[in-house]
Design a protein around this ligand. Structure first.
Ligand code: SF4
Length: 367
């Protein structure tokens, strides 16, 4: 149906005035351009400011190891990529990074690794969590992102001090999930893990990649409805950035230009901010891989979390899930200064020394 200008404005006004979006509404919003897109971004920025405020919270990111037992078809550190030099940080490196975060009042850490399942890995993480809690006198909040594990492991890590868990579904459509993963990767198991994390009491984060080959706007709308239905507390969404040493690279001719993937990601962030006003949302580093001001743009319109990389510099180049990853050769201190300036440019403040927990989680716990 064609609209005249007044008709278009009436449509966008009507959608933005709603409390709940239908799938068709979301597809409409994902398709907006020009003035309509600006209206979406402005509304999201206003909702963000009114609900989570203008503070940006840090999760100092420690990329523990790039060894992974899985083989996701889009990922640069998949186990079949023999070109990657594998590393595993020492415990003392991890603790030194945690000490840096504590001394610089980052408030929280995020520990991320390729997916490894073993009793030794489980014990190692438990010990590290306890030591980080001890060295920071309980002051550092801890997010972990260590893939699919069994319930006992999740519970042990929760009891040891981790209170947030990120497990991105990457794509919520099971048929598409199977196109991006080998046959032995189970969508159902991933879903089950998210449910267990909820049950244990973690603040649960998930997220998706935006702009994958074969993905439609209807799929992206379903992703947002999935996050709402799962009642997640935190979300990390980033544009899909292709990596040449992965099987999915073969389909690069089907991709949108990177700038369009970037804008689509901003739209996903803003629409989700309207759908779930009080969640935490990351301005993903992958945004900056496409646009030098990518994270600032995400903060302006709807995101409120940054994950400054505090992994010891010599290993940052080896943790490449995608290419053009920024800041891989900066020292953590440089990143700190550069990030604070970026946050200020975006008109925000850094919540130094604060956990900045998801309000959606805290509101859900109120009697
Ligand atoms: S996306 Fe995660 S689980 Fe999959 S191969 Fe990469 S690091 Fe491993």
């Amino acid at each position: 149906m064609r609209h005249n200008r007044t008709g278009i404005m009436a449509t966008i006004d009507n959608i933005l005035a709603k409390n709940e979006f239908t799938k068709e509404d979301i597809i409409y919003l994902l398709s907006t351009q020009g003035e309509e897109k600006n209206m979406l971004f402005e509304k999201s920025a206003a909702v963000k400011s009114a609900t989570v405020g203008n503070k940006v919270y840090y999760r100092g990111l420690i990329e523990l190891s790039n060894a992974c037992a899985k083989d996701c078809l889009y990922c640069g550190i998949r186990k079949s990529n023999a070109k990657v030099e594998r590393y595993n940080l020492s415990d003392s490196d991890v603790l030194a990074a945690a000490q840096f975060a504590y001394e610089n009042r980052y408030g929280s850490l995020a520990i991320q690794s390729g997916e490894l399942k073993s009793p030794a890995f489980r014990r190692r993480i438990t010990n590290l969590l306890k030591q980080i809690k001890e060295l920071s006198k309980g002051e550092l909040g801890i997010t972990i992102s260590l893939g699919e594990q069994d319930e006992e492991t999740y519970q042990e890590w929760f009891d040891a001090g981790a209170h947030r868990y990120l497990l991105r579904i990457e794509v919520s459509n099971p048929a598409l999930y199977h196109r991006y993963h080998p046959a032995d990767h189970s969508y159902e198991e991933r879903l089950q893990c998210l449910k267990i994390l909820h049950k244990i009491g973690y603040q649960v984060g998930t997220g998706v990649m935006v702009g994958l080959p074969f993905q439609t706007l209807a799929d992206l709308a379903d992703d947002l409805l999935f996050m709402k239905a799962m009642d997640v507390h935190m979300v990390g969404m980033g544009p899909y950035v292709e990596h040449k040493d992965t099987p999915l690279y073969e389909f690069r001719s089907q991709l949108l230009p990177q700038e369009e993937r970037f804008t689509l990601t901003l739209k996903m962030i803003t629409i989700l901010r309207l759908m779930m006003p009080d969640i935490n949302m990351v301005a993903a580093t992958a945004m900056q891989a496409i646009d030098p001001l990518g994270r600032e743009k995400a903060l302006k319109v709807g995101a409120n979390i940054l994950m400054p990389n505090i992994t010891p510099g010599q290993h940052r180049d080896d943790y490449k899930l995608y290419e053009n990853k920024p800041c891989t050769d900066d020292a953590a201190e440089d990143c700190k200064n550069c990030l604070e300036a970026r946050v200020h440019i975006a008109g925000h403040e850094v919540g130094y020394g604060e956990w900045g927990d998801s309000k959606h989680f805290l509101n859900g716990k109120k009697p």
